[in-house]
Design a protein around this ligand. Structure first.
Ligand SMILES: Nc1ncnc2c1ncn2[C@@H]1O[C@H](COP(=O)(O)OP(=O)(O)OP(=O)(O)O)[C@@H](O)[C@H]1O
Ligand SMILES: [Mg+2]
Length: 270
């Protein structure tokens, strides 16, 4: 028989699926900031935050909500090379496909954009933009100078670098929107809603306030870490449910299991 924990575990498989989008205080704030920035005469918008703070899902949400009102495009991962990237841009702008073996004439593309000014307004979202090199970024900036194409550049911030301090983000063309790890409240809502969406009411109720606090402490409110943690907790529950049911109770999650998950994920050490 399928353990009830198996379904709970599946809820926390990491994915960027819009059907699973949850309105949280932090995501709503960032969403509104982005939407507001889009409507300003800006050229570049920087969306940044640590890995796993929800940048990709937010961009997907924005795309989904605006796609019928605006010309908006989402580029998920950077192209393998510059040539391929400009082929993609060319297609978005001209709605034509260039033959494989031709190079995009960059200055012609810039002129094309200048001519579009006032006629079309295109928004291009570049996810994972930390993978674009400085030269590419410079060209992207040149395209945005036309004011016909606006870029939302999403980057993840790592422990050791202060992105905003980097040279090309210093100029005033940038507007910055930052995503943070979740507060305890947002993380609790996130876990609850994810489970409730799959009708796992009993399991949702079995996670008590002190459990949420502990999970938040270990994961620091990072959504990806939270997914891993919840997955592991339910994996352990599933194991007991199948093999040693006497050790588990359906009405609450023992602290011990959360600690075992934390140990397995390396948040704590023996
Ligand atoms: N508001 C939200 N609603 C539903 N799921 C969310 C939300 N925010 C984050 N998540 C989930 O958290 C996980 C991490 O989010 P996402 O992949 O968007 O992060 P990211 O900031 O793009 O990370 P990276 O920098 O590594 O690309 C995903 O499984 C995503 O579905
Ligand atoms: Mg991402």
């Amino acid at each position: 028989m399928k353990s009830r924990y198996e379904s709970a575990k599946e809820v926390f498989v990491d994915s960027v699926d819009l059907d699973d989008y949850i309105e949280l205080e932090s995501s709503l704030t960032a969403y509104q900031q982005l939407e507001h920035s889009i409507n300003k005469p800006l050229k570049m918008i920087l969306l940044f935050g640590r890995p796993g703070t929800g940048k990709s899902i937010l961009l997907n949400r924005l795309h989904d909500r605006l796609k019928y009102q605006k010309e908006i495009y989402y580029f998920d991962t950077p192209a393998i090379n510059e040539k391929e990237f400009f082929h993609k841009i060319f297609k978005v702008l001209t709605k034509k496909t260039l033959p494989q073996n031709t190079e995009v004439n960059f200055s012609a593309l810039v002129n094309y954009c200048k001519n579009m000014r006032g006629k079309r307004e295109i928004i291009i979202m570049l996810d994972e933009a930390q993978m674009y090199g400085p030269e590419m970024m410079e060209k992207i900036r040149l395209l945005s100078d036309s004011r016909a194409v606006k870029f939302i550049v999403s980057l993840h911030k790592t422990e050791d670098e202060d992105l905003v301090a980097k040279e090309h983000f210093q100029s005033r063309i940038w507007e910055v929107v930052e995503l943070h790890n979740a507060s305890l409240k947002d993380q609790t809502t996130y876990i609850h809603k994810k489970l409730l969406k799959k009708n796992l009411f009993e399991i949702a109720n079995s996670i008590k306030e002190k459990n949420f606090k502990l999970i938040h402490k270990f994961t620091k409110g990072n959504y990806r870490e939270c997914n891993k943690m919840m997955f592991t907790i339910f994996e352990i529950c599933e194991y007991y449910d199948k093999n040693e049911p006497a050790k588990i109770r359906y009405d609450r999650i023992p602290k011990r299991i959360i600690e075992m998950a934390a140990l397995k994920l390396g948040y704590i050490h023996v």
